[in-house]
Design a protein around this ligand. Sequence first.
Ligand code: HPA
Length: 281
Amino acid sequence: MKKLNISKDQVREAVSFIKKQIDCSPSIGILTGTGLGESLQSIKISFSCEYKDIPNFPVSTVESHIGRLIIGSFQKHNIMAMQGRFHLYEGYSPAEVTFPVRVMQELGVKILILTNAAGGLNPSFSPGDIMVITDHINLTGHNPLTGPNDDGWGVRFPDMSAPYDHQLAESAANAGKEEGFLLQKGVYAGLPGPSLETPAEVRFLKTIGADAVGFSTVQEVIAGVHAGMKILGLSVITNIHNPDNPFPSEIDQIIDTARKATRKIESIMGKVINKIDGVVL
Ligand code: HPA
């Protein structure tokens, strides 16, 4: 791990760069995962730039992650969206992985929508399904709140009894129904990766109550909860793990399945955002 903590000054430098480019304050933040960066086509962009142009911003090293920040409007809301995120397996510290969430917090974001690609553990899931994340299990061995607490960002011991917002999850489930597809619901297990799961690990994950597994999201959600954000997590189930009949999961296939689910993710996010009003914010 490179650095334990990111200073508020580093975040504020990035924020001040972004603020100079925009004349609105985003209330909704979106972080897209593997193969899902294209799910933001409907945003009316007012400013976009590559991560490398933002002071102190980490740069995504994963090919299927675009690495671009977008600020714009969508329906009646101002949005900050990130095409591509940072992972522990790239060598980033938890503080670096959650840097974008802190930037969002400083910009006034109140609702955080995260998407990811995940392996299915629940035998009733199929590749291409969308799962609304109801809860997570942090198995990464890391926590972005390790180290001195910044009371200006949040409390020392944030409550995690409802990390994913029930209203947003229900809104996503309703959006799926309206669009004619069933949304799965389940628990996401966050692992450090990057090696995929062994059959014994799959059995273990199923036993402890996980429905899907991936290498992202949990750090950002912890930082988001700490920041007081309401959170919606959507996983695209790209492959199914069957420990009794294991077969190789190919990364190209995973990315391809995620990309094919872009339209579904986009339509769910669109409908959920449409229903967000002053009450939720
Ligand atoms: N494991 C971890 N991450 C993933 C998987 C998986 O099987 N599929 C997509 N992302």
